[in-house]
Design a protein around this ligand. Structure first.
Ligand code: FAD
Length: 435
């Protein structure tokens, strides 16, 4: 229901979600499945499509998706593909390689274009609940609720049409790594991880345009000192994903980028990507993939994260962060979307309880329980992700002193703990390193 002057309109909703990315859409769907109406506000005119990326969804993501809606991971798999194996190849300075393979059962690991994953989630959500061209600019929170201010723009001209003030019981900031909600309640900014990525999600039916990966395969190539990493991935439906990642200890590489937050099809991006492989042996497949890709498909970006924080809500527990806004982490371990799905799953369960309760402060109680359940897990995962950048400053001293075998055990235990979701949410008491 709308009212007010021609420039300012007001409406009231039960729950308002800011951001129509993977996390926001997953939460809107999870709540709808539990009979709770949440309105979602996205600043772009469409659900975003320019990421040039596919995402890998492992066991914890699969279980979260199926907790959000029964059978959802299979729908994602059908819109993308399943991965049957991860091939890890270490290249040393002499171009010699060491090789290891991890296999997956069908249904255990899904690879899907980012946009396709968004579209799958959106396809189940009541269309009247998704509001594009709505940019959150500020909010005011009190014990009674939140007033959130959105700039609503014309989808053809992008000119400002009016301000919408949304009154809500709970405002969820699922607005990504550059979150306005986080900036307002926490006040910090993302950190540059001294890594630069070039990636593209490109039509490559039957791997005829470029090779380097087989059907249902993820191929990761990396060198001993973490300077260069590449991925070639079957993303399903005749699409491949390639990623080239370069270490930038001095920060000089980031200075050569034309846009500080990155972007798609930036002039010169293809040449800059190829330049990173000059004089390196053993990287022919990724070179061939980059050469075969039209520059308009290539996304170039500095890699950032958000530092772990001990609280994700405002003082009234009426504004709450989730997904990248709460815990953006180094993308290497590929846990960003998976843990956003975990957030959506767990928050929807707690809000269902809150909406069934007659207590006045049931939403604030649900928010507090959510933070207790999620923050300790995410702090551990964020710290471990930062460690796997191999940036010396981000590796704790005690970890740097571990032997190679101990480090491998630590990595394996971490994977087992994370994948045990939703069991052992906070820690794994049976492990050596994740107690
Ligand atoms: C190259 C790359 C590879 C990755 N690979 C994987 C992987 O294999 N597996 C995995 O699990 N994760 C992966 N990730 C991470 C994953 O994609 C993110 O963690 C995930 O998309 C976060 O979802 P989110 O909804 O929190 O944020 P986002 O997807 O960033 O969505 C935020 C949304 O909020 C909107 N928004 C922002 N500000 C406002 C505002 N003021 N008002 C309204 N709307 C706003 C944005 O437009 C956007 O739509 C990868 C990321 C990258 C960059």
């Amino acid at each position: 229901m709308e009212e007010g002057s021609s420039f300012q309109r007001r409406e009231e909703v039960e729950i308002a979600i800011v951001g129509g990315g993977l996390g926001g859409l997953a939460l809107a769907l999870a709540l709808q499945e539990r009979g709770i109406t949440a309105h979602l506000y996205e600043k772009h005119h469409d659900l975003r499509s320019d990421t040039a990326t596919a995402i890998g969804i492992g066991a914890n993501g699969v279980k979260s998706l199926n907790g959000i809606r029964s059978g959802l991971s299979k729908v994602m798999e059908d819109a993308g593909t399943y991965a049957s194996c991860l091939k890890l190849t270490l290249v040393n300075k002499k171009g010699e390689v060491r090789y290891r393979e991890q296999t997956f059962e069908q249904g255990e690991y899904v690879s899907i274009g980012w946009k396709q994953a968004q579209l799958v989630l959106a396809s189940y959500i009541n269309k009247d609940l998704i509001h594009c061209s709505h940019r959150l600019v500020r909010f005011e929170s009190s014990e009674a609720g939140v007033d959130a201010y959105f700039e609503v723009t014309d989808e053809n001209t992008s000119s400002l049409e009016y301000i919408k003030v949304v009154r809500t019981k709970l405002l969820v900031g699922a607005d990504g790594i550059w979150s306005v909600v986080r900036r307002t309640i926490v006040g910090d900014s993302p950190r540059y991880l001294h890594l630069v990525d070039w990636n593209a999600y490109v039509p490559n039916p039957g791997a005829k345009v470029f090779g380097g990966h087989g059907e249902h395969e993820i191929v990761l190539l990396f060198d001993e000192d973490g300077e260069t990493r590449s991925w070639l991935v079957d993303a399903g439906k005749g699409f491949s994903l390639w990623i080239l990642r370069k270490l930038d200890l001095s920060g000089d590489l980031a200075k050569t980028l034309k846009r500080s937050k990155g972007g798609l099809g930036i002039p010169g991006a293809k040449a800059r990507a190829l330049q990173q492989l000059d004089g390196l042996d053993g990287w022919d497949d990724i070179k061939a993939a980059i050469k075969a890709t039209d520059e308009t498909y290539i996304f170039e970006r500095p890699i950032m994260d958000n530092l772990p924080i001990k609280r994700w809500s405002d003082s009234h527990r009426r504004v709450l962060l989730m997904g990248d806004a709460a815990h953006a982490q180094y993308v290497g371990p590929g846990q960003g979307a998976r843990t956003a799905f975990e957030d959506a799953h767990q928050l929807s369960i707690l809000l269902k309880e809150a909406f069934s309760s007659s207590e006045d402060n049931s939403i604030a109680t649900a928010v507090k329980k959510f933070e207790e359940l999620r923050i300790p897990r995410m702090i551990k995962m964020q710290e471990y992700a930062a460690e796997s950048t191999a940036l010396p400053a981000l590796v704790p001293e005690w970890v740097s002193k571990l032997t190679m075998e101990e480090k491998q055990k630590r990595a394996l235990e971490c994977q087992q703990w994370v994948h045990s979701y939703p069991e052992k949410m906070l820690c794994d008491p049976d492990s050596t390193y994740w107690k």
